[in-house]
Design a protein around this ligand. Structure first.
Ligand code: C2O
Ligand code: CU
Length: 482
């Protein structure tokens, strides 16, 4: 569908407003959702109200506070939320919009809001390298332009293993001027949360959780266990997917259907490709389309076995939910999506010295498990320096027995090869799986100066040492990494 300017949207298009408000939208050629009529899909994400009447500014209030959420325990769980919901709300915007966020911390502990994947000025990045934590009762105004189309997200960057697991996750959908026509589009946040039988969060972290990140059998789609994704037969469905789990890798499969990947972390990709199952590491995003089967039925949505180390490949497939195909066949089948916008490739390195990060596990002098970059634990990890706008090779070397999804703040990188095998296609990523005992070679370039964090996005690894910094231009870090 083509998006009208926000002014026209607000005034003229009630149907579109309904679409946008539903988050799980039914736009394009499908009939618009009648306002107030259909029961709200439980998979619908809450949408944040835009307080600004200007068509090119999205201005929101964002409050981190405690609330209750049913996570399958005997009692509802006391969770951390953005604006009261778990997962947090959806921010809807278009490319070029300015986003203004009036953030308030009503949690009993300090926090920061990091805008994952958004290319912005370093001062707005919400990492501990650029901003002191916002204390309980404190406020901060984030303000930046959304330069890229795609699905981005926000989460805390203080005790992220604890705070994100407790519910602090939100998404930003940035629309391009031209979006492909589909029958239905959903933003899908995959997560798993570990709670005790009484509904409380465990206070004790066992060795498996320390080693692999917190995982649980409570698999959720948009905060719902046993999710039911409804579709009309033959409908072209688009899912914009985020893995917001601390540790779990989702290897997503939809029975009877292949998924067509049309985008990832950095937005749409030029050449879509089909997969039987789609591996999504923590913090990665994938944009997929699929055609619902042409006859009614229920089709399991599962996460298939994947070996990310320490015998995880022996875990069985697990059910995430079902695709429920029902109702009337779509009148005319929309064509699937065969191509996307062109993507400028990064040129050959302008500085041939690579930026190298080796990833490993280790033990502290007192015998505790720790995670290391270039042999050190944060904040002792030696920082790396880059000039503004230079292109460098990024070498990610995994010395450990498990995968690490490695994230770079403030830019996209382009993977050239994994374990020496050339990448099938060049795409913009902000997180890449560095396979156990393996190696990823990429190109990276920054357009903004500053202290940019790099880290594993298994939050237990990051918070236990596997974080570092790239200093671009004349940058200083609050964390004083050397
Ligand atoms: Cu989702 Cu430091 O990042
Ligand atoms: Cu890791």
């Amino acid at each position: 569908m083509r998006l009208a300017p926000r002014g026209a949207r607000a005034a003229a298009s009630a149907a579109l407003a309904a679409c946008v408000a539903l988050g799980a939208i039914s736009c394009g050629t499908a009939s618009p959702v009648p306002t107030g009529a259909a029961p709200v899909d439980p998979l619908t994400l809450a949408t944040i109200a835009d307080l600004n009447t200007s068509p090119d500014i999205v201005e929101i209030n964002l409050t981190a506070r405690e609330a209750q959420h049913d996570l399958g325990g005997a009692k509802p769980t006391r969770v951390y939320t953005y604006n009261g919901t778990m997962p947090g709300p959806l921010v809807d915007a278009k490319v070029g919009d300015e986003l203004i966020v009036h953030f308030k911390n009503e949690l009993p502990e300090p926090t920061l809001v990091h805008w994952h994947g958004v290319r912005l000025p370093a001062a707005m990045d919400g990492s501990p390298s650029v901003q002191p934590p916002v204390k309980p009762g404190g406020t901060f105004e984030y303000r930046f332009r959304l330069k890229d189309a795609g699905l981005f997200w926000f989460h805390p960057h203080v005790r992220s293993d604890f705070q994100q697991e407790h519910g602090l996750v939100g998404v930003i959908r940035v629309r391009a001027p031209e979006e492909p026509r589909v029958d239905q589009e959903r933003v899908v946040i995959l997560d798993d949360v570990r709670v005790n039988e009484d509904g409380t969060f465990p206070t004790y972290l066992d060795d498996a959780a320390k080693m692999l990140g917190r995982e649980s059998e409570t698999l959720m789609v948009n905060g719902v266990r046993g999710a039911r994704l409804r579709s009309r037969p033959g409908a072209l469905q688009r899912l914009r997917i985020l893995n917001a789990a601390n540790g779990r890798f989702f290897n997503l499969k939809l029975a009877g259907t292949r998924l067509r990947v049309i985008g990832t972390d950095g937005g749409r990709i030029p050449e879509p490709y089909d997969v039987d199952s789609l591996l999504i590491a923590p913090s990665e995003r994938y944009d997929v389309v699929f055609r619902a089967p042409s006859s009614a039925g229920e089709f399991p949505i599962t996460t298939e076995p994947y070996d990310r180390g320490h015998e995880t490949g022996e875990n069985p497939a697990r059910r995430l939910g079902v695709l429920v195909v029902e109702g009337q066949q779509v009148e005319a089948q929309l064509p699937s999506i065969d191509h996307g916008p062109a993507l400028p490739k990064l040129a050959a390195p302008t500085n041939t010295a690579p930026i190298t990060f080796s990833l490993d596990e280790g033990t502290t002098p007192s015998g505790e498990l720790t995670f290391l970059i270039n042999g050190k634990a944060w904040p002792e990890v030696p920082m790396q320096k880059m000039a503004l706008a230079e292109v460098r090779t990024l070498e990610l070397i995994n010395l450990s027995e498990m995968d690490h999804p490695f994230h770079v703040h403030g830019t996209f990188f382009q993977v050239l090869s994994t374990n020496g095998v050339p990448a099938a296609r060049i795409v913009n990523k902000d997180t890449v799986i560095v396979p156990m005992k393996g190696r990823v070679t990429a190109l990276v370039k920054f357009d903004e100066p500053g202290a940019w964090m790099v880290h594993c996005h298994i939050n237990e690894h990051a918070e236990n040492g596997m974080m570092g910094e790239i200093h671009v231009g004349d940058a200083t870090s609050l964390h004083g990494s050397k």
